[in-house]
Ligand binder design. Structure first.
Ligand code: NAD
Ligand code: UDP
Length: 389
């Protein structure tokens, strides 16, 4: 419950209650951010999305203690004249709306580019024209590949952090060629970052850009055939969860050699709340938000998820828990990958004093406990139904 004690910012100044226009509030990150804001602050949320399934528990029943502080607006920002009015009514806009599943980047590149660049343009423009603050969600994928990945395989420089740690104000953005359509998303996100930055430089827009590094936790994406399309390909957490729930081997794309750092959604949301409530420290900055201590290869992630899920479900792991698949088979033509993603934490540490806390094992334990509770029965039902040919 939100306490009545006056909240103070990092400089000890009282925080006035804000009205926040949150676009994409019905998604994975949005649902956790809404929960945090409603539970811990007095801010009001105008929640915009085309779906609200993941925030239904915050909207109903009307008797919820925060009922007057969240209003859902079913709006597709591609074509809805109410958008500017809602931004004008708010002190701050947070834009989370995007197509952001890699399986779409090479198969639906036009939708991906429109969603991540064209649809975000009016949001930046309305904020700038109306003197409203904007927190825009970008991605760690704007860094693309590391410099180190272009060095010979046996080069000792590959071990030097200067060749792989990703720094907001120093690292280049290195994408593959145009026919590698995987990079349509990263490229669109990079251009909208540049536009938001330019609105700040030329027109005084107060902005913060967030670059999430693989935030994971409950409510991420969907389980194919249960609460999403049977043929859909979500991000890795949901792909692996789906395989574990169905007792099928986890598919390792191109050998599972790519490396990722995973951060627990609840740690990451704390960083966003600090940005919301400390505009003088967050404005004008781009922030990496990730956990550099939680690095694994995708193969190691699969092994760890298999072990954690066996604990959580009480069912022994399969004898052959993983299977290799080519990226062409799994994602189709035009897929490419980021090799390694370690966030530099200097800027977020200096400006907001934020650090992630949760280890990979612990975050997988709580997330897979949620997946098991939420989906195990539903999967059994789906799997017991005869398949139609
Ligand atoms: P998500 O898909 O769960 O949430 C996005 C939400 O935006 C969805 O609810 C969707 O319905 C909504 N949306 C999309 N287009 C819309 C439109 N035209 N009008 C209204 N609503 C629309 O994704 P998420 O993981 O919560 O990601 C949120 C943001 O963070 C995205 O911008 C994404 O690119 C960025 N991001 C997330 C991660 C991560 O680790 N989760 C990593 C990198 C970047
Ligand atoms: N991946 C995999 N098997 C799957 C799903 C994903 O091996 O079933 C790999 C994917 O190729 C990538 C990594 O897991 O190397 C992370 O993929 P995700 O979709 O989560 O998004 P990304 O981190 O690439 O943005």
């Amino acid at each position: 419950m939100a306490s009545s004690v006056v909240r103070v910012d990092l400089d000890g100044k009282p925080i006035n209650p804000l009205t926040i226009c949150m676009i994409g509030a019905g998604g994975f990150i949005g649902s956790h951010l809404c929960e945090k804001i409603l539970n811990e602050t007095q801010h009001k949320i105008l929640a915009l999305d085309v779906y609200n399934d993941k925030i239904k528990h915050l909207l109903e029943p009307d008797s919820l203690p925060w009922a007057g502080r969240i209003q859902f607006h079913r709006i597709n920002i591609k074509h809805d004249s109410r958008l500017e009015g809602l931004i004008k009514m708010s002190d701050l806009t947070i834009n989370l709306a995007a197509i952001c599943t890699p399986a779409d980047y090479n198969t639906r590149p036009l939708d991906t580019i429109y969603s991540n660049f064209i649809d975000a343009l009016p949001v930046a423009k309305y904020c700038s024209e109306n003197g409203k603050r904007l927190i825009h969600f970008s991605t760690c994928e704007v860094y693309g590949k590391t410099i180190g990945s272009f060095l010979p395989k046996d080069s000792p420089l590959r071990q030097d952090p200067a060749y792989y740690v990703l720094k907001e104000d120093a690292s280049p953005c290195i994408f593959g060629s145009i026919e590698k359509q995987r990079w349509s998303y990263a490229c669109a996100k990079q251009l909208i970052e540049r536009l938001v930055y330019a609105e700040g430089a030329e027109n005084g827009l107060e902005f913060t850009i967030v670059r999430p590094f693989n935030w994971i936790g409950p409510r991420m994406d969907f389980i194919p055939g249960v609460d999403g399309p049977s043929e859909g390909v979500p991000r890795v957490l949901a792909c692996f969860s789906n395989a574990l729930l169905r007792r099928e081997p986890l598919k390792l794309v191109d050998g599972g050699e790519s490396q990722r750092t995973f951060v627990y959604i609840k740690d990451a949301i704390e960083a966003v709340l600090l940005m919301i409530e400390n505009p003088s420290r967050a404005n004008g900055h781009i922030f990496n938000v990730g956990n550099p201590n939680n690095e694994v290869t995708v193969r190691q992630l699969a092994e760890m998820m298999t072990a954690v899920y066996a604990n959580v479900s009480g069912e022994p792991a399969l004898e052959e828990p993983t299977v290799d698949v080519s990226s062409k088979e799994f994602y189709g033509e035009g897929y490419d990958d980021s090799d390694k993603r370690i966030p530099d934490m200097t800027i977020i540490n200096r400006q907001l004093g934020w650090n992630p806390k949760t280890s990979l094992w612990d975050l997988l334990d709580s997330t897979l406990t949620y997946q098991h509770k939420t989906y195990a029965e539903a999967i059994k039902k789906v799997m017991s139904q005869p398949t139609t040919s």
